[in-house]
Design a protein around this ligand. Structure first.
Ligand SMILES: Cc1cc2nc3c(=O)[nH]c(=O)nc-3n(C[C@H](O)[C@H](O)[C@H](O)COP(=O)(O)O)c2cc1C
Length: 173
């Protein structure tokens, strides 16, 4: 089974999670790439796709990538966000990612907090439509932390377990 960890990251938070996910994959046929360097998503059986939440949704570059994934693939999403983990604002980005796919099997999602530079938070706080997440993001400093990365590794293992034991694929690699 060919596995890709594709990520988009502007300030390095999502990259850290992507690397943790890669290290949590026991298989050897695995690769990590920024989404703009993935030339053919069709080559992979399972794609982990990671992004920072932007404006409660998926960044434009990731939108393009998700639409390019052929049907029949297995997908797992991961995201970092300033807002609280599991909150409605973070979950809305996963719904947006889901709405951009069709015909793939979605195995699961993983979200954790990612710090935002204080000077940027001050700017977002002045914008009425961004204020809510920016307020929550004040306590995201230091994330993703070691515990988040440990959870990301466990998530990768869980997704692989799901592919092998629920969907019965990839037993040879
Ligand atoms: C343009 C922009 C918009 C953002 N919008 C949100 C948002 O709607 N909700 C949220 O929780 N965090 C938001 N954030 C915070 C990022 O999701 C968070 O810091 C993330 O961990 C950054 O990941 P990266 O370092 O991989 O780019 C935003 C950050 C930027 C730069």
């Amino acid at each position: 089974m060919n596995i890709l960890v594709a990520y988009y990251s502007e300030t390095g938070n999502t990259l850290k999670v992507a690397e943790a996910i890669l290290s949590g994959i026991r298989q050897t046929q695995k690769k990590i790439l920024p989404i703009d360097q993935v030339d053919d998503p069709g080559k992979y059986d399972l794609i982990f796709c990671g992004f920072p939440v932007h404006h409660h949704s998926v960044p434009a570059k990731v939108t393009h990538f998700l639409k390019s994934i052929p049907q029949g693939k297995k997908l797992a999403f991961f995201a970092t966000h300033g807002s609280l983990r599991g909150g409605e604002k973070a979950i809305s980005a996963f719904y947006a990612a889901l709405s951009l796919t069709g015909g793939q099997t979605i195995l699961g999602t993983f979200g954790c907090r990612g710090q935002v530079k204080f000077e940027l938070l001050d700017v977002w706080m002045e914008k009425p439509q961004e204020r809510a997440w920016a307020m929550e993001a004040q306590s995201a400093h230091g994330h993703p932390d070691l515990s988040d990365l440990e959870d990301a590794r466990a998530f990768a293992d869980l997704m692989l377990h799901s592919v092998e034991h629920i969907y019965g694929a990839g037993k040879k690699s």
